[in-house]
Design a protein around this ligand. Sequence first.
Ligand SMILES: [Zn+2]
Length: 197
Amino acid sequence: MTENLTGESHRPGRIEVVCGSMFSGKTEELIRRMKRAKFAKQKVEIFKPAIDTRFSEEDVVSHDQNVIHSTPIDSSGSILLLASDIDVVGIDEAQFLDDGLVDVCNQLANRGVRVIIAGLDMDYKGAPFGPIPALCAIADEVTKVHAICVKCGSLAYVSHRLVNNDHRVMLGEKEEYEPLCRDCYQKAIKEEKINHE
Ligand SMILES: [Zn+2]
């Protein structure tokens, strides 16, 4: 509704979080919002942790020619240095950034920047992931997006890891995860325990 009332050009500084499991369309929603801002002649840029190498180095790949420039960063503090003349700052895969991101986003919003953050809300064990929970707390607006459970078709809640690996930060191929609803996730965990005994 806010979109219709104010358009894209005169939004004050604010923090928006788009979170959810894998396959939930977080990045698509981030890009949608960034594109609308770009159409409104806003200066936009997406930052993402350098750890995320699935996309091309420089640009967030969207499926048409309207590519939005993206910059890989090593720490949240770099955003303050690099975003000095940007109207709308997008941050993708924010769960991999440090906790300093919370303060960085507040500083940006306080000086009039619109900040849009996309990230995983939970890791593959269902635990809150990185700075995302704190960002949800300080955000002006939180959008939780959902994938579809591959077992039953309900709304998914977590990205269940299919391979046996305990590292929390595991990037890579999406074949290694499946979106599951709470019910199906509980069943899958029980089965795994039985198989390991
Ligand atoms: Zn299910």
